[in-house]
Design a protein around this ligand. Sequence first.
Ligand code: UDP
Length: 314
Amino acid sequence: MSKKTVVVTGGAGFLGSHLCDRFIGEGMRVLCVDNVITGNTRNIDHLMKDSNFRFIRHDISREFRLNDPVDYILHFASPASPVDYLNFPIPTLKVGSLGSHNALGLAKLKKARFLLASTSEVYGDPEVHPQKESYWGHVNPIGPRGVYDEAKRFAEAITMAYHRYHKLDTRIVRIFNTYGPRMRINDGRVVPNFIHQAMHNEPLTVYGRGTQTRSFCYHSDLVEGIFRLLKSDVTTPVNIGNPDEFTILEFAKLVIKFSNTKSRVVYKPLPVDDPRQRRPDITLAKKRLGWTPKVKLEEGLKHTIAWFQEHETD
Ligand code: UDP
């Protein structure tokens, strides 16, 4: 049988590049499409010489044509850190809407299976805890985070429309906070921020009182969940994330503990519409995909700190 071909939009990003690695490891052909506004070709340098890998520098929000046959399309292109999508509000809206439309159009043309990278941000500042897939969310459409949240909600809607009206074979993963090697040290998210600050003996900037919660999933667990979802027959959205929940203050203390640092904590204003709590209900992923996360925060954090210590370039 001929090799399967997979297109990964956002393939030069943090998660996209780990997915490219996984598909190459599975013996598939990978076409990585990225305009590198927040991604970086450093993340895929090690794949460039592989004959099964091709990098295409392109903004998926613009028309995209491809001669190759395609079996799977994973649409991962988007700024994903709050700081990035505040810096790139229009590209964020465009890639979630026009980019999703283009990627879905390609999937329809190629009769490929399409997987959308959605997000726990579709739940907004949730009033239901933990968050189940059946929860419709609590999103401020006109707040600063709305550019990401609503783009992803639109992306889910258009994916379901293609599924229902064009009978496209689709999957939707709702990704909760994920961390690990290849995050950008300056992407503004809590994991690289705290690690960077700890490495430089600077104070860790806890926003608000640090009582807001997040649940952190290591990248390898996330990739395994996505791979299983892609191979499954589940066409409704599936949460993939680690249900171990921490306050941001607890998380800061863990980073300090594992970093051999003199850093302490300082408190800074809480960003607008910052969700107060977040934890995935992963019952569906457990039941339908046989998936549970394996990597404890302590272990994943140690690897991530070590990676940043080795790779920091600025
Ligand atoms: N946060 C923080 N200090 C930082 C960066 C983030 O206290 O230097 C908080 C932020 O307010 C949020 C949580 O950490 O409550 C996670 O933020 P992140 O930007 O990683 O992603 P989010 O989960 O909000 O999308």
